[in-house]
Design a protein around this ligand. Sequence first.
Ligand SMILES: [Zn+2]
Ligand SMILES: [Zn+2]
Ligand SMILES: [Zn+2]
Length: 369
Amino acid sequence: MVSDLTQIDLPSRLFDELAGVAEGEPTLAVVTQASSSSQKNDLVTEVFAGPFAGRVREHGLTPLFCSADEAVLRATRFRAIMLVGETVEEILPLVTRLRSDSATVLTPILAALRRAAKPTYRLLSAGWSRYVDGVLEGEEAMWQPGPALQRLRQIDARQWPLQPIDDRFPEASRRQLLILRWMVTRELDALEPVRDPASPLAFSYAPFDLVSDPTADLDALTRLGLLKRVVVDRVCACPSCDDARLLFREVCAACRSTDVRRGDVVHHYACGHVQSEAFFRRGNGLVCPSCAQPLRHVGIDYERPATLLYCNGCGHAAAEGTTEARCLACGATPLAGDVRERSIHKYLITSEGTEAARSSLMPATPSEV
Ligand SMILES: [Zn+2]
Ligand SMILES: [Zn+2]
Ligand SMILES: [Zn+2]
């Protein structure tokens, strides 16, 4: 194994340290986003100078500092990964990198944030913590790492009895086995969709939605009888790009302008002109902008058909507009009737699914759903 390591072009520090760690020694990869190596050394020294390093060793783990790429490359050498950063923003790219690679998608991950800052909305949103297995926040001195480290060891321990996945399996089968293994190692009875405005599905199936939409794999597992699905919601999907983040609103039926308002429309009986009341205003009175006659008595000269939708774009007034969606992903504007509906499911693992995760054998013939 050591000779194997020498063939890989890793930074010498990792090489030295990995070479110095016995093959079977349970190792915790410590990954930070810090750009310069002196910044990285400061961060790591500060975090591991205190009692924390002792707690890590109490849980039988040897900490080893490396980059996210190195953690992926040498994934089988690490029992767990700890991400250290100042804020959520700093560690999110690391979470994304590690959870989007099949080598580390199942590795127990602990995120340690030295400053407890709220994530900005446009990143992974508040749901980011579902992509890791534990979070420590705030001053290192305040961390209570015991339960988090214990959880990492438990997940790791559940992983070992599982049979290795056959390299000759098709890519899709290997992805599907990883989903079942995630559920078994995390002791999840169901993979639940969680509302997520940052996800194209509007729901996320952490951590399998970082690379692509995992529902094809989940539905394939359902056809094989390894998962059982239950509808929990329905979303509308863009007919152009399938994104579920659509903004529905009433627009002008004639020109599809969104500059419409309902209510204060005036209808002048004498000439039949219909327009927003603002166009009739002259001082305290009303004058028809079309025929220039003054309007005096409501019900005699004019009416206010409050139910009309008036378009400021083309001047069209009608009882009803039309409902159009704006796709927030691709910008398409399909009519509501052209939007496809799609069910959102939660997926329960069956006893056959648990067995498949353990044995790494997939049933050959799909059973009836
Ligand atoms: Zn008029
Ligand atoms: Zn219009
Ligand atoms: Zn779209």
